[in-house]
Design a protein around this ligand. Structure first.
Ligand SMILES: Nc1ncnc2c1ncn2[C@@H]1O[C@H](COP(=O)(O)OP(=O)(O)OP(=O)(O)O)[C@@H](O)[C@H]1O
Ligand SMILES: [Mg+2]
Length: 336
């Protein structure tokens, strides 16, 4: 019944069918204790269904899942005692204060009055709601409610925290506050976090590993960096040379780190590389040796959105790729 202690979540051919339709199709993955694991996928991919099986809300139709060491089908009570669940919809009680919301949950999990008080106040402090603890939740913003629900989900010291779209519908400032909170949890506690999200930046900055889910299957799973490096020519390099772009293009074409070299009007060249970070010094060196000069160079990192398109052929949501520019001479890398 028990799985190795180092694993917080393990699935074996986990499957969920609704009638003739298979929503989750023989999914296999493992999450180590302390890891932040992201499930990323388009609408209807099966993310919520997967999470609902892992949190014992619905039984699997096939395969197995172990959470915090317990088989979800055979030991649902033990699983529930060891997990915190933050569903997508805001579920805190508007007619109660923040503190009361947390306290009731603690009582439900059988904590003593003293444990509830100690832990509850510490968690409300962690989520930045100490000042508002005695106000009715009806007076909270969406971001405050979400943070309260995270505190509430942690009251019984779960080993594994499941969050389904934790920042959907929040304004940028509240999203930021929730991100900071999850970042703090990740750094300062041993907790394992499983989160589903549509937001690429969220998946990329918070998750140690990401599973891309589509059509009920995991189609790719790795670290954010690993996922990107699986897509060929991931880094786009734009550069401008001072004198002779044609000759420079010819010279760069056979270089090992480069996949494509194109002229792009004027003195501009457009390159693609599997490894922009290593290509750039070599490019600069080669151009220097050829007696020309680079006046500007820009690397556009492939975004997770591009990775997503590569694997699924579809976009997830419109989020522009981040550009990191480096103007030669000015010396300072800049975000733009
Ligand atoms: N109770 C149910 N009965 C029948 N079909 C269901 C049921 N629950 C989910 N499905 C179907 O299973 C598929 C996966 O749904 P699920 O909610 O898991 O997707 P999701 O990845 O969470 O999507 P979203 O990003 O929209 O939240 C969908 O086609 C959905 O219609
Ligand atoms: Mg969902």
């Amino acid at each position: 019944m028990m799985e190795p202690d180092s694993l917080a979540i393990q699935t074996k051919d986990l499957t969920k069918r609704f009638g003739a339709f298979t929503a989750v199709d023989k999914v296999n993955f493992e999450v180590r204790r302390g890891e932040v694991f992201g499930l990323l996928g388009p609408n209807g991919a099966g993310k919520t269904t997967l999470v609902r099986m892992l949190t014992t809300l619905i039984p699997p139709s096939g395969g197995q899942a172990f959470v915090a060491g317990f088989d979800v089908a055979r030991y649902p009570r033990q699983v529930r005692e060891n997990i915190g669940v933050i569903p997508q919809a805001l579920t805190s009680d508007l007619d109660l204060t923040g503190w009361e919301n947390v306290d009731i949950y603690g009582e439900f999990f059988g904590l003593s009055r003293r444990e509830r008080r100690e832990r509850g106040h510490r968690l409300l402090h962690l989520v930045g709601l100490t000042e508002r603890a005695n106000d009715l939740v009806a007076t909270y913003s969406g971001g405050m409610r979400r943070r309260l629900e995270i505190a509430r989900g942690l009251i019984h010291s779960p080993d594994v925290l499941f969050l389904d779209e934790p920042t959907i519908g929040l304004d940028p400032q509240s999203r930021r506050a929730v991100h900071d909170l999850l970042e703090t949890l990740r750094k300062e506690s041993e907790i394992t976090i499983s989160l589903t999200t549509h937001y690429m930046d969220e998946a990329e900055s918070l998750c140690d590993r990401i599973a891309i889910v589509d059509g009920g299957k995991i189609i790719a799973m790795d670290t954010p960096v690993g996922l990107k490096s699986m897509v060929p020519g991931a880094d786009r390099i734009d550069l401008v040379v001072e004198k002779n772009p044609d000759a420079i293009a010819e010279m760069l074409r056979p270089m090992p780190y480069l996949r494509e070299v194109n002229r792009d009007g004027g003195n501009r060249l457009q390159l693609s590389s599997n490894d922009g970070a290593h290509a750039i010094p070599k490019i600069l060196e080669a151009i220097d040796a050829a007696g020309d000069r680079v006046t500007s160079i820009t690397v556009q990192k492939l975004s997770l959105e591009d990775v997503f398109i590569h694997y699924t052929g579809r976009t997830l949501r419109d989020e522009p790729a981040k550009k990191v520019s480096m103007f030669v001479g000015a010396g300072m890398p800049q975000q733009r």
